[in-house]
Design a protein around this ligand. Structure first.
Ligand SMILES: Cc1cc2nc3c(=O)[nH]c(=O)nc-3n(C[C@H](O)[C@H](O)[C@H](O)COP(=O)(O)OP(=O)(O)OC[C@H]3O[C@@H](n4cnc5c(N)ncnc54)[C@H](O)[C@@H]3O)c2cc1C
Length: 474
């Protein structure tokens, strides 16, 4: 074993970077391991949207808010399915994290904080992100982290994957075994180990096993393959959160492969763009009022559709006259994609022919369109939809296949309020801590997408671990 380290942090991402930066104020024996050839983890591609209540920025703008209100909002949005202890720990400490980020140079977009729209809105403006999304957060963490590495207080080992934890006879974690890209194995001993290795979305088979759904989207950091969960479970920890699978309300995928890259996102928010089209499931039936105002409800209803998938159906007039359905695609580009037979885009002169191309039952789709058109003519929709600008009537007809996707793994390790990994009987595994997506996205969001409630808790828990695992050095 190498010389004993005070703390080994497995993962130099959203949790690991602040953990190391703050731990370096207390010790010069901090070892950070990352399987990737660079630091940053999911911040490289994350939306980087963060929520915090009671921040300096809010005070400067005269926005009244409190951690108690933030807590109420998260528990309301998650319908009390999030872990109230961890949500409390996250929201009570989020403002300090956000203020620190701004002190080191993070700049929220002008006009922020906002209540948010992409997910169920908050009751107060407490939601911020930077111009470069997750990269804006990484841009301010990177120099801080590089400084503590240059000072010698933190040792960084890249392309080094933690493969096993070392435990003593009492189960206390005393070290980490690693392997490098070249295959060399090393063992490092430590007083404490922090699992900051992220989630498992890049591990398609584990994802399907844990969520019961295929990993439809290849939209994840490739090194987040579930090692944190595996290491924690092998050391005696327990997992939770399988019931929290949650999907977004639809993206257009690049190919029929599973997983596939996302080709474009859809503008499905009625507050930004009222729907002119109808949505049908694989049975050719509508399943929702397309102008349903709650994004959370839209996501939950989609989740109960086969393959978490739907088809957006419209006619030639809607395609031409409605506001763009995909922000990255003009109506002409959609037309060309459909005419040239690109995946997910379909066009035909009749509803029956459209159904055949899109893989839908033609007779049911025809009945669905007729029923919608009848309601549209009378101004009364059977799903209660109020925005009914025109029927699906003028050939050619178009369909676009949309896929609900998830970019986070909901299952994770159970921890107590000190972020110690706990066993089935509630006792902590001595010396072993975890934070971030290794806890499962369901820990701080429950069965809903609560804005910013992954990035902010990851940064915050990392900071707290860095500050509290060791006494302040003189
Ligand atoms: C496309 C996308 C958009 C998102 N947008 C938002 C958003 O706007 N707001 C929000 O709150 N959340 C968002 N999320 C989720 C959020 O970004 C993540 O949950 C969070 O960044 C995870 O932080 P983490 O520290 O747990 O993991 P990461 O930041 O992924 O860090 C984990 C690190 O561990 C390393 N690692 C993995 N295994 C090992 C091992 N065995 N040994 C050594 N190192 C290892 C990885 O290489 C990585 O660097 C988004 C996620 C995605 C994919």
């Amino acid at each position: 074993m190498h010389k004993p380290w005070d703390v080994i942090i497995i993962g130099a991402g959203t949790v690991g970077l602040p953990a190391a930066i703050f731990a370096a104020q207390r010790s010069d024996k901090i070892l950070v391991l990352d399987a990737a050839p660079d630091i940053g983890g999911t911040l490289h591609l994350s939306g980087g949207q963060m929520s915090a209540a009671g921040t300096r920025l809010q005070q400067e703008k005269g926005i009244e808010d409190s951690p108690a209100l933030h807590f109420e909002d998260v528990m309301r949005i998650s319908k009390n399915t999030a872990d109230s202890e961890l949500v409390g720990l996250a929201v009570n400490n989020a403002a300090e994290t956000m203020d620190w980020l701004e002190t080191i140079g993070f700049q929220p977009l002008p006009g922020h904080p906002v209540k948010g729209q992409d997910h169920e809105p908050y009751s107060v403006q407490r939601y911020v992100w930077g111009a470069e999304l997750g990269q804006s957060v990484l841009a301010v963490l990177r120099p801080q982290f590089e400084a503590v590495v240059e000072s010698g207080r933190v040792t960084l080992k890249l392309s080094t994957r933690a493969t096993r934890l070392v435990q003593d006879d009492n189960g206390a974690v005393t070290g980490v075994v690693t392997s490098t890209d070249g295959g060399a194995e090393e063992t490092f001993s430590a007083r404490s180990v922090v699992i900051a290795a992220g989630g498992y979305v890049a591990n398609a088979s584990l994802y399907e096993e844990l969520s019961g759904h295929p990993a439809y989207a290849d939209y994840c950091y490739p090194h987040c393959v579930g090692d944190g969960l595996t290491l924690g479970l092998a050391a005696g920890g327990v997992s939770r959160g399988r019931e929290h699978y949650l999907t977004s309300f639809g993206s257009v995928m690049q190919s029929y492969d599973v997983p596939s890259k996302v080709r474009c996102d859809l503008e499905h928010w009625p507050e930004r763009r009222m729907p002119w089209e109808i949505y049908v499931n694989v049975h050719g039936k509508r399943f929702i009022r397309e102008d349903e105002p709650s994004v959370d409800l839209r996501e939950h209803i989609l989740q109960s559709q086969p393959n978490v998938r739907y088809w957006i159906v419209c006619d030639a007039v809607t395609l031409k006259e409605a506001p763009p359905l995909c922000p990255a695609f003009s109506p002409d580009e959609i037309k060309i994609a459909a005419e040239s037979g690109e995946p997910m885009f379909y066009v035909a002169d009749t509803i029956a022919a459209l159904a055949e191309k899109a893989g839908l039952p033609g007779d049911v789709l025809a009945e669905t369109v007729t029923a919608f058109n009848d309601g549209q003519a009378r101004g009364v929709d059977c799903f209660g939809r109020s925005h009914l600008p025109r029927p699906v009537a003028k050939a050619p007809f178009y369909a676009i296949r949309a896929q609900g996707i998830s970019v986070s793994g909901v299952v994770g390790l159970k921890v107590n309020n000190d972020l110690q990994i706990i066993r089935d009987d509630g006792t902590p595994v001595p010396g072993l801590y975890a934070a971030g997506e290794a806890l499962g996205a369901g820990a701080t969001m429950g069965n809903a997408i609560c804005g910013g409630m992954l990035v902010t808790p990851a940064l915050t828990f990392g900071r707290i671990l860095g500050q509290h695992l060791l006494p302040m050095s003189g």
